[in-house]
Ligand binder design. Sequence first.
Ligand SMILES: [Fe+2]
Ligand SMILES: [Fe+2]
Length: 193
Amino acid sequence: MLHLKLPTDPRWVGIAEMQIEDILVDHAYCEQKAASSCISLIVRYSDLDYLVDTLTPIVAEEWGHFERVMDQLRKRGMKFGKQRKDEYVAKLNDFVKKGGSRMEQLTEYLLMNALIEARSCERFKLLSKNIQDEELQKFYYELMISEAGHYVTFIDMARKYHDPEKVNKRWQEWLEYEAEVLKNMELRGDRMH
Ligand SMILES: [Fe+2]
Ligand SMILES: [Fe+2]
């Protein structure tokens, strides 16, 4: 359903579980970035009513996720701390087409967001199915459902605001690029992506 071209290396979940504090910190920042990215779109495309009205509740939802990740950290006596370098998102940013019309730019942002949601969803599923901590299993299961919904929302929105055929073609390019990025990234247990 997520159409990702490369499944996560099955070793990832095992090493992530051993570094769950790092994973939770990185995850908190993922939620912060998801909320921030929606806010940026709302400000940039304030004339698009459907976009504004659809993304506004998603900001609240992502911020709710941030709060829930923070609760998980606090109840385990873990430290939050500074944001780490996000190589995955930086690489995806490199693929955003510069120039083009305002709506073509929007397509790029929406597809990049969709992709991050899809990959997060896949990783949350792996965590929910494989880690020992029962509370975190349930936690990641619930978040997986929510991010899957966001993934669909972003893709559908891209098809609403731009020629769906062009969007589908570009989506395939994004999927292939993302698979290449992951293939070339070091496997590490302290990052969600
Ligand atoms: Fe989220
Ligand atoms: Fe999300």
